[in-house]
Ligand binder design. Structure first.
Ligand code: GDP
Length: 298
């Protein structure tokens, strides 16, 4: 089973999925456009959440970082007068240091993540969408800022006028991503933000035409008219999409076959089968239930 993922909604689904099907049968293609070098190391928020989800280390209160982590290095940097953009935990930072050392030694991002996957003894394939550098840029009334500056430094408050993926015109999906897609007839798009989590994956060269040849099943990240977390509403509005499952379907209009929506939602789509179930994953049990529903629907 192959799944396109960001860093919160889809990992919640993966936490259920890995408990009901063999891990080695799962391949996850993960967004890298929110990656950022911070304090000398490359932080990959979405990939790291997926790694920590498969190891059960993930802090499920925030869906980033390691549960029970300490923040001594971050606090020490602050005392020295350095205000780090992200509040990085010590164990989490160890992973960033190792990945960055591998990259400095000439590994591709894909190879570095595979090393980490092996160290963690994860059997699922965790595939960065691209090895090329990419950055999500948010256009605000004060100018264009990196996604992390918008979301963390400015707490998602500025008005969003537009979204641009710097580097996307030259970025290619990795051969590992293409091979994984070639092995499957169906593709799952997890309940992730369609603009800044799934959008960059879809923007990679050839990706949409590959998906047009597959059965594509997406799970809506919109529940009761709003996103469960994160800036999806603001971003969908800015890009001219309605904040609803209909709007999500419009983001995927050229290849979507099935959309899974909240059982209370009225959602009629002309060329897409709509399946209704509980899509809110407030607990592991709910994640497992939704994962079972998806496995049965593929
Ligand atoms: P991030 O933006 O990088 O943190 O990662 P994602 O794009 O994967 O996650 C954010 C999206 O996940 C938001 O649009 C949420 O609405 C969606 N989401 C979070 N929790 C849930 C859930 O329990 N159910 C569903 N259906 N969507 C969820």
């Amino acid at each position: 089973m192959i799944i396109l993922s960001g860093g919160t909604g889809t990992p919640k689904l993966l936490s259920g999925l890995k408990r009901i099907i063999p891990e080695e049968s799962i391949a996850v293609i993960v967004n890298t456009a929110e990656d950022r070098w911070i304090s000398g190391n490359l932080v990959c928020p979405d990939i790291d959440t997926v790694l920590y989800t498969f190891t059960d280390l993930i802090d499920e209160d925030k869906w980033w970082g390691i549960k029970g982590d300490t923040f001594y290095t971050h606090e020490s940097l602050k005392k020295l007068g350095f205000h780090e953009l992200m509040r990085l935990g010590d164990q989490d930072r160890a992973l960033h240091i190792l990945r960055s050392e591998l990259l400095r030694d000439g590994f591709t991002l894909t190879q570095s993540i595979d090393e980490l996957r092996c160290s963690f003894r994860i059997d699922a394939r965790i595939l960065p969408m691209s090895d090329d550098p990419l950055a999500t840029m948010i256009l605000t009334p004060e100018g264009e800022v990196h996604f992390q500056d918008f979301w963390i430094k400015r707490q998602g408050k500025p008005k969003v006028l537009g979204v641009r993926f710097d580097g996307l015109d030259k970025a290619e999906p990795t051969p590992e991503v293409i091979n994984a897609l070639n092995c499957e007839d169906s593709v799952i798009i997890g309940p992730s933000n369609p603009i800044t989590s799934i959008g960059p994956i879809l923007g990679l060269k050839g990706m949409r035409s590959i998906l047009q040849k597959k059965k594509v099943i997406a799970i809506s990240p919109i529940v009761e008219g709003k996103p469960v977390s994160g800036p999806a509403a603001k971003l969908m509005n800015a890009m001219g999409y309605e904040v609803s499952s209909v709007g999500v379907a419009q983001c995927y209009a050229d290849f979507l076959d099935v959309l899974v929506v909240d059982r209370k939602e009225d959602c009629i789509l002309p060329d897409v089968s709509v399946l209704k179930t509980d899509i809110m994953m407030g607990s592991l049990e709910r994640s497992i239930q939704l994962a079972k529903f998806i496995v049965d629907s593929v």
